[in-house]
Design a protein around this ligand. Structure first.
Ligand SMILES: O=C(O)CCC(=O)C(=O)O
Length: 263
């Protein structure tokens, strides 16, 4: 898939782009089955809700052939290469299942943690999301500040020693203050990102985003793959591989049928 000039301009100006129907229903079925299975893993790579049910699985593509196949899907590889103007590696992947009354995701920039904790030097990279459920205004869509990628990092690193995962994932992450958020939203606005199952979201990994609680009975299952150009590696090795890449080899495209082979 080649992005049009209008699509690349939208990505550069606003910070993201949604491509509806990027994946077929049978591909979505394969990925849904894989995601639900992987979320059942007992390991530390799975983040849980207060009631113990799984919410996130970090490093998903390391644990399942179907999720690894997604990383190599030509639609994903070609569009990412085009936007980055380079080959890329996967810095981090995750499954995010937003269940009824589950967690919120506070305002953050993915690049914040990648830079400060993992050592990714530059704000160059894409947060890719594949929608495995319809995402509407009703089931707590991602909220994002258009244009906020142009600000670079909008917060100073503030470590919260009382954070439950102080030693791990979010110690620097959730540090965008209310005042900063107000200023950003006054300047740029705030939008929700919706789309049907099978949509592909490509977002600059410096865009400020988050999501609120899903009080609807409608599940919202998304896969995220954060990719960086091969000359923008995070080499601090502070966190385990399921949070931050060890394999910096350029992702190669495979066959367009790579997911359907599992159907
Ligand atoms: O899916 C969501 O609600 C937010 C996830 C997110 O912001 C992230 O994983 O960076």
């Amino acid at each position: 898939m080649i992005l049009t000039e209008a699509q690349t301009s939208e990505y550069r100006d606003r910070g993201w782009l949604v491509i509806p129907d990027a994946f077929r229903a049978a591909e979505v079925d394969v990925l849904q089955a894989a995601a639900l299975e992987v979320l059942e893993r007992p390991g530390p790579e799975v983040g849980r809700e207060a009631d113990g049910s799984p919410h996130v699985c970090w490093g998903m593509h390391l644990f399942d052939d179907r999720l690894d196949a997604l990383v190599h899907h030509p639609t994903l590889v070609e569009t990412s290469r085009q936007l980055l103007d380079n080959d890329f590696f996967v810095h981090q992947s995750r499954i995010n299942m937003k269940q009824t009354n589950g967690s919120i995701v506070a305002w953050h920039q993915d690049f914040g943690t990648y830079h400060r904790v993992d050592g990714v030097p530059d704000p160059r990279g894409i947060m890719i999301a594949v929608f495995l459920d319809d995402v509407t205004a009703a089931n707590a869509p991602l909220l994002a500040v258009p244009g906020s990628h142009r600000e670079g990092l909008v917060s100073t690193a503030q470590v919260d020693p009382s954070a439950p995962d102080f030693e791990a994932v979010s110690k620097y992450r959730y540090d965008i203050t209310g005042d900063t958020m107000k200023r950003l939203v006054d300047d740029y606005g705030l939008e929700s990102i919706t789309g049907t199952a099978g949509s592909l979201l490509l977002m600059d990994m410096t865009v400020v985003h988050g999501s609120s609680v899903n009080i609807s009975p409608l599940r919202r299952l998304l896969l995220y793959i954060n990719v960086c150009p091969v000359d923008n590696r995070g080499e601090s090795y502070e966190r385990p591989e399921y949070y931050a890449a060890r394999d910096f080899s350029p992702v190669q495209p495979s066959s367009p049928e790579c997911l359907l082979e599992f159907a």
